[in-house]
Design a protein around this ligand. Structure first.
Ligand SMILES: O=P(O)(O)OC[C@H]1O[C@](O)(CO)[C@@H](O)[C@@H]1O
Length: 441
């Protein structure tokens, strides 16, 4: 199981950082278990790694197999929690820059924005490729994926005919309601369910994440097994529980004036895991004028850009480093007889060793600069560890939100932009708001 090392935060935490929060954590644990806290209707993810629908899981594996056999590309249409988890796992298992040499389709994500150029590039790329589409929307009404899906549905129908398209569209949505559910039923698409009790940002271990993940050739069962291990380990109350430690420490640091939490990764493939984490913590805690602002950096690259601010800018930062103990492969620094760059003291040393020393040096420098560091120690970049990491951050987020005193399972703030967008687009029913907004623009 993963661990959390708080040594580099100790000097910033008050003596009672844990003891004064222990009762709150115990209460939060009960609320998560019993679904009895604010937003309790959306805590179906807590037991998910054990109680997930095995029949649907088998259908997901079969659909993934079909996609792998008939498609060179899978286009995943979704936004926010309906895409970040899948992308996080797929990239973390593979690489941000190169595709895995696997007999699996390329996975592209669309409908997560409104860029005309990005969509056109993908459409061009698909011209000579066999592809399928997994459209994912819990509500079934989110504008960005709904517009993109119209486009891809038309493309598929044009290419394969209506019947052929039907066999290449997979819809992941609410079990009963919503526009996407209605469309999927009337067109006869294979559907998968976003459970009622699981909100978008907690849905990566449902069909939302699992279908694209399995289609990419990743072992979804091992991912679930890792999550289940974490679920069991993190249910044990007390000071040794890494989720309790993380929730208490970040809450104490927030109380001590830290306003921004940087999630730090040392792997380029970690970038979208950080994006997933940002939605998880940002939507869960950023409300009622409260909450640490979740941001992320990629080291060592960003040490040469954001490093200056982190070391000497406003002292409002804390860092949470996710460290993978092992690399998949080994690479040694070669010997150079001329030693022109003066690096022969590193000859024969592994790049992993160099990275370790960079990490240790950075940690000490940032602590000296007034930035507390929490270090999450994960084993390897494999499915089981990633499952543990996902569950760890989800569970800690639930605890942390309750400690903060907010409902960690709603997101009322995201409605404001949607209302304005609908009004400006001329959606029926928004006429008065449109007139009012146009006057202000
Ligand atoms: O799956 P849906 O309903 O399309 O929602 C996508 C995302 O949009 C939000 O509802 C915010 O608008 C997120 O909470 C969610 O993850």
């Amino acid at each position: 199981m993963l661990k959390i090392d708080l040594t580099s935060a100790a000097g910033f935490l008050p003596d009672d950082w844990f003891s004064s929060r222990e009762a709150g954590l115990a209460q939060a644990r009960t609320m998560l278990r019993d679904h009895s806290g604010p937003g309790g209707d959306f805590t179906g993810w807590v037991r998910l790694p054990e109680e997930y629908d095995r029949e649907e899981f088998a259908r997901i594996q079969a659909a993934a197999e079909k996609i792998r056999s008939d498609s060179q590309v899978l286009v995943v249409v979704g936004i926010g929690g309906s895409y970040l988890g899948a992308r996080a796992v797929i990239e973390l298992m593979g690489s941000a820059d190169h595709r895995l040499a696997r007999n699996a389709p390329e996975i592209f994500f669309a409908g997560n924005g409104l860029s005309t150029d990005a969509l056109c590039e993908l459409i061009d790329y698909l011209k000579d490729k066999d592809f399928s589409v997994n459209v994912i929307s819990k509500s079934g009404t989110t504008t960005e994926p709904a517009v993109a899906f119209r486009i891809f549905k038309a493309l598929l129908e044009e290419r394969y005919g209506r019947e052929g398209a039907r066999g290449r569209i997979y819809a992941t949505t609410d079990a009963r309601k919503g526009a996407l559910k209605g469309l999927a039923d009337s067109e006869g698409y294979e559907t998968f369910v976003v459970p009622d009790a699981v909100g978008g940002r907690y849905s990566v271990l449902t069909a939302v994440g699992l279908l694209p993940i399995a289609a990419a050739g990743i072992d979804a069962a091992a991912l679930m097994e890792g999550a289940r291990e974490a679920m069991e380990a993190l249910d044990v109350p007390g000071a040794d529980n890494p989720a309790w430690q993380y929730a208490a420490a970040r809450n104490a640091l927030y109380g001590a004036g830290k306003a921004i939490e940087l999630l730090v990764g040392y792997e380029p493939s970690f970038r979208f895991f950080a994006e997933w984490w940002k939605q998880l913590y940002g939507e869960s805690e950023g409300k009622e004028g409260r909450g640490l602002f979740p941001a992320s950096v990629e080291f060592t690259a960003d040490l040469h850009s954001m490093g200056q601010y982190i070391q000497q800018g406003a002292r409002i930062l804390m860092e949470t480093v996710v460290r993978f103990r092992t690399s998949r492969r080994e690479l040694l620094v070669p010997h150079d007889p001329d030693n022109v760059d003066g690096l022969n003291f590193l000859s024969g040393k592994s790049l992993q060793f160099v990275a370790e020393q960079a990490m240790r040096g950075t940690l000490l420098a940032h602590v000296d600069g007034g930035v507390p560091n929490l270090v999450v120690e994960a084993e390897a970049r494999d499915e089981r560890t990633i499952g543990q990491l996902i569950y760890f951050f989800e569970y800690a987020c639930g605890l942390s939100g309750y400690l903060l005193g907010v409902n960690p399972f709603d997101q009322p703030g995201v409605e404001a932009y949607k209302q304005n967008m609908f009004a400006l687009l001329g959606k029926p029913g928004f006429e008065a708001r449109r007139a009012e907004l146009e006057l202000r623009l």
